[in-house]
Design a protein around this ligand. Structure first.
Ligand code: FMN
Length: 215
């Protein structure tokens, strides 16, 4: 069986993701599009990537500005996901009526997002009909906490002093699975990888001491 577009979408749609709006600031004009092809790339240096369709009207703006911010949406922000994925005037002229602040780069950080990652583009790769933009993290925030790679960037950041409006502690992430918006089902929780890793490390630290006591 050949790899048909629809089947590719069906298979990839089994990978549950969050939903983001990737924004940029082109000579003072905000622009953005809905993106779920986003992931973390590197801790040191802190890098992330987004994949943008070559035909997107926002692509040249991201490329030329050299900056983008990833806004991770909450379930209350589904309307933004729909608006930033549409070719409407509401989006292109009014930035989907979204309120926003800025952090390090000047790219819009949507008020009320679950978290944000504000980046400067350090590399661009061809990825078939998409372009992969690698962004170095200049600022990021979640749960009213914001961190900057360079503290001097705080001076121009309009979100400083408004952190509480910026990112939401209690809200849930907007999910996307098999072509539909979803909410996480509450009640299913397992220890995170870091908890498992910390427990293993503690056990390993304690074990040699116990065996030398026995010797
Ligand atoms: C949930 C969801 C995820 C999307 N993910 C991406 C993505 O990762 N990359 C992308 O280029 N477009 C993605 N899109 C499509 C764009 O948001 C949409 O095509 C947008 O209108 C493109 O911008 P344009 O109008 O400037 O062409 C996604 C749309 C939705 C609804």
């Amino acid at each position: 069986m050949a790899i048909e577009k629809d089947f590719f979408r069906q298979v990839m749609g089994r990978f549950a993701t969050g939903v983001t709006v990737v924004t940029t600031n082109y000579h003072g004009t905000p622009a953005g599009l809905t993106v779920n092809a986003f992931c973390s790339v590197s801790l040191n240096p802190p890098l992330v990537l987004v994949c943008i369709d070559r035909t997107s009207s926002v692509l040249p703006l991201i490329r030329e500005s050299g900056i983008y911010a990833v806004n991770i949406l909450t379930t209350e922000q589904e309307a933004f996901s729909r608006c930033f994925a549409s070719p409407s005037e509401e989006r292109h002229t009014h930035f989907c009526h979204a309120d926003y602040h800025t952090a390090a780069t000047g790219a819009p950080i949507l008020d009320g997002a679950l978290a944000f990652i504000d980046t400067r583009i350090v590399a661009e790769y061809a990825g078939g009909d998409h372009i992969i933009f690698i962004g170095q993290v200049e600022a990021m925030g979640a749960s009213s906490q914001v961190a900057f790679a360079d503290e001097s960037a705080k001076e121009d950041a309009t979100l400083v002093g408004h952190e509480e409006e910026m990112t939401s502690e209690e809200s849930l992430p907007l999910g996307y699975y098999r072509g539909q918006y979803r909410q996480l089902a509450d009640g299913y929780r397992q220890p995170s990888l870091s908890t498992i890793y910390d427990t293993k490390q503690r056990e390993q630290r304690e074990q040699p001491a116990a065996s030398s006591e026995n010797a």
